[in-house]
Design a binder for this molecule. Structure first.
Ligand code: IDP
Ligand code: MG
Length: 139
């Protein structure tokens, strides 16, 4: 597997709870290089566009409210097989099903307030990275 980039978010629950530093430590220990990183406060329009694929799901309105409630940290992470590896480090969407040692097992409160986001496929990462970062911000 070649070097690959993925897109990650430290979500509002984790930033507000003071878990940003611990999550960045986990990211570095897991062998990712941080290529882009900044804080952002998503507008409703941005959150709706980012999660457009989930628009018809019953949790969409709640998800948009959650993702706009406070600042997030958006990241571009790079390593071998980054997309799959970051999904493994994050753990399952529902923390009740997340494996021991994963970020969601440690920090997620429930299936909605689940601490982190990660791209689920190369095509998704290719859309999500430029949604938040321009070329000059990727170092
Ligand atoms: P993922 O973040 O693990 O890729 P997705 O199915 O893409 O999970 O869902 C996007 C986000 O929507 C989740 O991370 C979570 O915050 C929220 N979400 C997913 N399923 C539910 C649900 O059943 N109830 C409430 N929120 C949900
Ligand atoms: Mg997803």
């Amino acid at each position: 597997m070649a070097i690959q980039q993925t897109f990650a978010i430290i979500k509002p629950d984790a930033v507000a709870s003071g878990h940003t530093g611990q999550i960045l430590g986990i990211i570095e220990k897991a062998g990712f290089r941080v290529r882009g990183m900044k804080m952002a406060r998503l507008s409703r329009q941005q959150a709706e566009a980012f999660y457009e694929i989930h628009r018809e799901r019953p949790f969409f309105t709640g998800l948009v409210a959650f993702m706009t409630e406070g600042p997030v940290v958006v990241l571009v992470l790079e390593r071998e097989d980054a997309i799959k590896h970051w999904r493994e480090v994050m753990g399952a969407t529902n923390p009740a099903q997340a494996a021991d040692g994963t970020i969601r097992k440690k920090f997620a409160k429930n299936i909605e307030r689940n601490a982190v986001h990660g791209s689920d496929a190369p095509e998704t990462a290719a859309v999500e990275i430029p949604f938040f970062f321009n070329m000059a911000e990727l170092l």
